[in-house]
Design a protein around this ligand. Sequence first.
Ligand code: UGA
Length: 442
Amino acid sequence: MKISVIGGAGYVGLITALGASSMGHEVIATDIDEKKVKNLKINLSPIYEDNLDSLLKFCNLHNKITFTTNSNDAIKNSDLVIVSVGTPTKINGEIDLSQVEMVTEYLKDSINNYTLIVIKSTLPITAVNLMKKELDQKFKSGIDYDIISNPEFLREGRAVHDFYNPDRIVIGGESKKSINILKEFYSPLIKRNLNIPNNIHVSDEKIPIVETNLPSAQMIKYGSNAFLANKISFINEIAQICESVEADVNDVIFGMGIDPRIGKNYMQPGPGFGGPCLEKDLLALVELGKHFELESTFMKAILERNERQVELIFKKITNELNDNSVITILGLSFKADTDDIRNSASVKLVNMLIEKGYEVRSYDPKAKYILKEKKYAQYDELYTSVETSNCIVIMTEWNEFINIDLNKVYELMDKKFIFDMRNILDKNDERLNKFNYFGLGN
Ligand code: UGA
């Protein structure tokens, strides 16, 4: 099939475009960012993601994929257009639909035979209705085009793996014809007929396909992200209570998680959920509720609890330290295995600590956070960043921190506070006895 992916240099778009090419489709990935497009042609990925570099190189060499800034030509030459542009949140909490509106203009200008428009971007039904209204000024829905929702569930850091090993494929459309076309698109993935590098793991488990209508597909995406966010706010609250009653949250999670109705996945206390998705999708649900005059008190509570988490961590640290302390923050990205610092609790904490007057250092294996501040410096090496420091705050669960050499750290540090805000160290590890060690919820 001839496919174009609009927003093809973005996170979801790039992985979808490469994935589609590895399924044997002829893919044109388009993006307005000229530099990224230029780099992708020479195998330079704009993001750090496990296995992405090797996949990009492989697809450029062996599969049918091109990168361009010309979306109109791409749409003219495609049977199926995948829309994966960004849907960020505006300051007032509403979704910024400007990129979707731009794509609608491209489609209006360029559809010349039946085109299936596949919405990968996380969009509410109200936005899709606006898109339809625009297109219907020129085309007939069902004859010239169909819109289908096909949400993605990729996790940053595991996105290539998740693409080839999805838990489910959700297809939400209004006609059997459009649903069948998308099933045909996915058929090589379902049959594991893929042209990919050997280092990418592909399981042979059957992939469930969920067929539904368009708004239900969108609500599966919003509901999933909201539920995941809910688990994190929930466990962070439980961890906080555990501290007051001297319970150990790790044992509590273990004991709760044995019940299969609860499970222990995605129940790790931490600095709160960050990244570009969970908060954005909760805010979108709140806005969607408003549109229908519904008050989303539950979604708001999840968000509020999350915002409080970094403040609680800040208080935990500042209660223990002198004003002139030197603090090293380990981990800047919003989670491990990504260089993404969007909505990172760690970045928020860095700023709060600087504002309070501390000297702050940071280290992250991949992420960068540059700040022109006398009292802040990012280091390139873990152990240099802790030298003569008074306190370490672990904010991201990178393997490098899980395997940190505590004896070496002890020798290098001055005063010895460790705030392990991901509970990645074993609090019973004897080497920790020499430190003032603080976990979360234990
Ligand atoms: C999330 C969803 O997990 C994906 O399924 C979805 O496709 C994606 O959003 C999206 O909508 O694009 P992602 O934001 O990459 O994926 O990251 P997660 O692994 O879900 O983590 C989100 C945040 O929750 C991170 O800050 C992470 O550190 C935190 N978290 C996660 C915890 O604090 N505890 C946990 O147990 C799990």
